[in-house]
Design a binder for this molecule. Structure first.
Ligand SMILES: Cc1ncc(COP(=O)(O)O)c(C=O)c1O
Length: 387
């Protein structure tokens, strides 16, 4: 019989987390760490007066992220959400198209689809990766889609299905190689929402580099931060050039003329944010190792807690463990644990409200979302900052 955790056993969990982080009063979910050249680079940037849309840190930050991830090109953006919006445009998603994605994600994934006037379709995740399930996508397509000479279409809505956007949940890589094969079969573009997974690799390749485009976030709650910011990853250098052009108002290079050849966007990250990014990139790998060690400590501890399972990295993955998570036996236990920990100085959170339950996406098509609902009823994120 499963042993039920009572308040006493939750106390031994909150004691462990307070001790782990060495903070007796309050342990936040995730805070940034500035341990390197941040102040020096920011001062250099301010002294140069190049704090805005041009400056050496922007180019350097892009080069460093490209080198680290193995992308052929990387293009900075003002946010991960902008990066996803740009990714949708670059792969040719148009108004009225459908985009397959997961309901277990942060709202930005679906907002980016909506900015285009496209419609998300929510497909189930795998329980072990918490990311879009290639098997569920294949099954849904076999039932609902057909290939026509000009692409993949939804037989019921008549809309074109253009793209598939998986998300690497909490930094755990999903089965992106398998999904890439499904996308190829059905002529769908693959865009990876890698907002949470800088530092996470799948089968030796960085997340965000399997798809045509990958999008990373540098929001303040991520493994490294630029205050706010995002990055697009490309395997196709030409597409990267196009992204650079569109994110910088589509201005044609000229010494004094202002000529633009397309509707452009002011999505380029300012140099001052990129300065922060360059300093943070220097500490990324130590941060990931530190987070992986924290995850190992949690795994060892939660192995002794009968009703909880600590979420470990999937097979073939090297996860950054951006946000650690535990699984509770059911929704009731999930709520009990959330209440106890938040009452006792440990910041914990459930997973985001599922996208198909938000008013603006409630009408969207879904499959059974069986694993999605199972996970949403059980997942709780626990403190995960770099220690
Ligand atoms: C899955 C996911 N997608 C997109 C974003 C959007 O990134 P940003 O906040 O930088 O716009 C985030 C995080 O904030 C995220 O967690």
């Amino acid at each position: 019989m499963t042993k039920k955790c009572n308040a006493m056993s939750y106390q031994h969990i909150t004691d462990f987390i307070h001790k782990l982080y060495g903070t007796p009063d309050f342990v936040p979910l995730h805070v940034p760490t500035f341990a390197g050249n941040e102040k020096a680079y920011l001062m250099e940037c301010i002294d140069s007066t190049f704090v805005s849309s041009v400056g050496k840190f922007v180019d350097r930050f892009e080069e460093e992220v490209a080198r680290y991830t193995g992308a052929a090109a990387a293009v900075v953006c003002v946010s991960g959400t902008n990066a996803l919006h740009m990714a949708m445009m670059l792969v040719g998603v148009e108004r009225g198209d459908e985009v397959l994605t997961q309901a277990l994600t942060f709202v930005a994934t679906c907002n980016a689809i909506s900015y285009i006037g496209a419609h998300p379709v929510f497909i189930d995740v795998d329980r072990d990766t918490m990311g879009l399930s290639p098997a569920a996508v294949q099954q849904w397509l076999e039932t609902h889609a057909e290939l026509r000479p000009d692409g993949c279409y939804n037989k019921e809505t008549g809309r074109r299905i253009k793209c598939c956007v998986p998300m690497h949940t909490f930094g755990h890589p999903m089965r992106v190689d398998e999904l890439a094969a499904v996308c190829k079969q059905w002529q769908l573009e693959l865009v990876e929402d890698a907002a949470e997974s800088l530092g996470s690799f799948y089968k030796g390749k960085h997340t965000g580099t399997y798809g045509k485009v990958g999008a990373i976030s540098f929001n303040g709650n991520k493994t490294i931060t630029t205050g706010g910011g995002g990055m697009l990853l490309f395997q196709d250098v030409e597409l990267g050039r196009r992204a650079k052009h569109l994110t910088t108002q589509a201005k044609l290079p000229h010494r004094w003329e202002f000529v633009h050849d397309h509707v452009g966007y002011n999505y380029r990250m300012p140099n001052i944010n990129a300065a922060l990014g360059c300093a943070q990139m220097e500490t990324l790998e130590p941060f990931v190792l530190n987070k992986r060690e924290t995850a190992a400590r949690y795994a060892e501890f939660f192995a002794t807690v009968p009703e909880m399972t600590f979420v470990t990295e999937p097979e073939h993955a090297r996860a950054n463990y951006w946000l650690n998570a535990v699984l509770l036996p059911d929704k009731e236990a999930q709520l009990r644990f959330l209440e106890y920990t938040n009452d006792h100085g440990i910041m914990t959170r459930p997973v985001w409200e599922l996208m198909n339950r938000l008013p603006m996406f409630a009408h969207c098509q879904t499959d059974s979302l069986q694993n999605t609902i199972w996970l949403a009823d059980r997942l709780v994120n626990i403190p995960s900052s770099v220690r």
